[in-house]
Design a protein around this ligand. Structure first.
Ligand SMILES: *[C@@H]1O[C@H](CO)[C@@H](O)[C@H](O)[C@H]1NC(C)=O
Ligand SMILES: *[C@@H]1O[C@H](CO)[C@@H](O)[C@H](O)[C@H]1NC(C)=O
Ligand SMILES: *[C@@H]1O[C@H](CO)[C@@H](O)[C@H](O)[C@H]1NC(C)=O
Ligand SMILES: *[C@@H]1O[C@H](CO)[C@@H](O)[C@H](O)[C@H]1NC(C)=O
Ligand SMILES: CC(=O)N[C@H]1CO[C@H](CO)[C@@H](O)[C@@H]1O
Length: 404
């Protein structure tokens, strides 16, 4: 118990060590630039431009004033919105390049592609009213689902003069879809097709090895971060690049893979596109709020898919009930196609089965056999992503949108 608290404090201090490291190392960046895959240094706009996709960067302001940046690859076909996972960004759909990343391939298939960035990540950092930090970072995935997505979807439908769009979400990108469709059920009618990769709603069976310690110490953890004014978790930093480069150097005895084994349940290093590992590493993490992380962990302890838990006293004030209300996924009437892997640590079989039993409109349910050893991050960063994920996604879209 004491040890784990010491560990958490040490962890918090590392945040600052990391920023010193960051400042020292950034002066060496230019020197290193010429030596490596230049994709390491490119953001979504840079990657799309390099590969000839002429993107636009478009900002949309939500009702509560957050400025959400999307990247748009204009095409004449129907619109499709791609929604990334936690502490990630639109880069997720791009970093493996046109041969393996979905965004380019959907544009090649003629779809009008939009890439979302959640509030607080490396791209969506502004607020209309320039509110103080403490107020700015006061959000979880609930606001992404009830504010960000509706604003972005309305903008897309408006500029494309369409009534519906298609939605592709990965991990947290599925959580916020469930939040939107259950809390703002009108939006179900704006979804033509949805494809949900590694869906996350209930996480009672999460297999992360550190989850026990973290969830038992959640209150302590939140009071420390609060006291230190650390409202942002795992921000995108230039030191991501340095870390990822050091990774490549040590290949094949690669320490950077340890993170992927311990935190994501990766089975073989070869499964995580080894030729692009430095590019992947330099683009994640991309930042979120501490509160968002807390919200996910609360639901682990409670075994409920529910709104943020402020403690019974404040819950009474905010929700008029001691327990936070549940997200009612039975209201998610939009058609969904799900691809889930049986060995996923985050989107576990037990939790996905529960979700499956409650969703009213599942068009397809594709379970990736455990013998494939297909782990969470492989849905977007995997060596085998083309056959196992991308081809299926594109086929579903072409079928359901009658584009053949
Ligand atoms: C994509 O694959 C093709 C054929 O395998 C190869 O010629 C091309 O260089 C690849 N493109 C990129 C950007 O890696
Ligand atoms: C954060 O949001 C909650 C719920 O809307 C509110 O009660 C609280 O006062 C907010 N805190 C800050 C610092 O804005
Ligand atoms: C839709 O677009 C029109 C003009 O392009 C604009 O005036 C209007 O405010 C937009 N509505 C929304 C909801 O974005
Ligand atoms: C799934 O993999 C197991 C081996 O791990 C195999 O026995 C089983 O037949 C497979 N199931 C399907 C449906 O392919
Ligand atoms: C942090 C945490 O565990 N919060 C709550 C999770 O849900 C249970 C049951 O609803 C509560 O008792 C916890 O306080």
């Amino acid at each position: 118990m004491v040890l784990s608290k010491v560990g958490i404090v040490a962890f918090m201090i590392l945040f600052n060590v990391d920023s010193v490291f960051n400042n020292v190392m950034s002066s060496h960046i230019d020197k290193m630039k010429s030596e490596w895959d230049s994709d390491v240094f490119l953001d979504s706009f840079g990657l799309l431009t390099k590969y000839g996709y002429a993107p636009e960067r478009i900002s949309v302001t939500t009702e509560d004033g957050y400025v959400i940046d999307t990247f748009h690859i204009p095409r004449s076909g129907p619109p499709v919105l791609l929604v990334h996972g936690i502490t990630d960004s639109s880069d997720e759909w791009l970093v493996l390049g046109p041969n393996r990343s979905l965004a380019y391939q959907l544009a090649d298939a003629g779809l009008d592609v939009w890439l979302y960035n959640s509030r607080g990540n490396r791209y969506s950092r502004e607020h209309r009213d320039n509110i103080p930090k403490k107020e700015y970072w006061n959000f979880t995935y609930e606001e992404m689902g009830t504010q960000d997505l509706p604003a972005v979807i309305d903008h897309i439908l408006n500029v494309t003069s369409q009534e519906k769009l298609s939605y592709i979400g990965f991990s947290q990108g599925t959580t916020i879809f469930f939040v939107m469709c259950s809390m703002k059920p009108d939006y179900n009618t704006k979804i033509e097709v949805s494809i949900l990769l590694a869906p996350v709603a209930w996480i009672a069976h999460l297999k992360l090895p550190t989850i026990g310690i973290v969830s038992r110490n959640l209150e302590l953890l939140s009071s420390i971060t609060e006291a230190l004014g650390l409202y942002e978790l795992y921000p995108f930093k230039i030191s991501n690049v340095i870390k990822s480069l050091s990774c490549l150097r040590l290949y094949p005895t690669n320490v950077c893979y340890i993170d992927f084994y311990i935190n994501y349940g990766l089975v073989h290093s070869d499964y995580l596109s080894p030729d692009k590992i430095a590019v992947i590493g330099s683009h994640i993490p991309a930042g979120t709020s501490n509160l968002n992380f807390q919200h996910f962990i609360q639901n682990y302890s409670s075994k409920r898919f529910q709104r943020f838990d402020y403690g019974s006293k404040k819950n009474l004030k905010v929700y008029s009930s001691k327990q936070p209300p549940l997200y009612n996924v039975e209201l998610v009437t939009a058609p969904v196609s799900i691809i889930a892997s049986e060995i996923d640590w985050y989107s576990t079989n037990d939790d996905v089965q529960k979700l499956k039993s409650k969703l009213p409109n599942i068009k397809r349910f594709i379970a990736l056999n455990s013998s494939l050893e297909f782990s969470h991050l492989e849905f977007v960063y995997g060596t085998r992503v083309q056959k196992i994920v991308n081809e299926r996604v594109i086929n579903i879209l072409l079928d359901d949108l009658n584009m053949r």
